[in-house]
Design a protein around this ligand. Sequence first.
Ligand SMILES: [Zn+2]
Ligand SMILES: [Zn+2]
Length: 275
Amino acid sequence: MLNRHKSLIARVLAEGTGAAITVKPFVAGGRQGLKMWFDDLDEKHGPIAELKPYGLLTHRVKLTFGLFSSRVIAQIAAAQVEELVVARALVRSVATVSELTISGQALDSWSVTDGSFEVIADYRHQNLVPDSDEAVVITCSEIIVPLMAAMAELIGYDQVENPADSNIPEVEGGLSQATVSRRERNPRSRLLCLRIHGNICKACGLDPARVYGEAGGIIEVHHLEPVSMLEKPRPYDPEIDLVPLCPSCHRAVHTRRPWPLSPSELSSILESLRA
Ligand SMILES: [Zn+2]
Ligand SMILES: [Zn+2]
């Protein structure tokens, strides 16, 4: 039965993580579950997420590493601070909707150091039986996509460049244009930004899913201000540095340089024109 939703789940996973992921339904004890892993690492050489019904209303999601993951774990140990910040923020966003434990480590300071690393998230459904396809699809997008995105960020999957949107807004000053546009185009940053702020334009309030339905995945991520241009430099924080904007508003805020318009400045302009 889940086979019908396999391609939908795989698409949501690919969009959120920026990596190709294999989705494999299985049945254990008469109940259906799902296993997922990165295509290029298979189920032995990298992280695996497993989803199973747990009791009457809950899904238990377990993220573990395959037996032969030492190479990818060494790669993860070499991740940049900024990647670790994004990965931890993604896992924190999962902890806000589920009961989450990370193999004896704290939510704000965990790291992957060996193959015993394990994340367990229990996600309780309100009105759905966990054996239903609908519940499985929800658990995937609420829990598994951000967990696998955190792993993808640490492993360092490169985002696929889309030549069609090569007109990167220009930013000058302390942070290089490349750094800002990399943050704005990183699928994991985008996922994190949407999980924190919702899928709505912060300047004009456009909710693309309501206007365009299934074709509504058009919200873009905007990096508010080049951090190193701030009077008091502070570390990059994806939770306050990134906001969702619709494509039109995103283009509009970048018409001012080197400092883009803030979303609230653009809102005031929109309001004054409406008046
Ligand atoms: Zn907008
Ligand atoms: Zn921007």
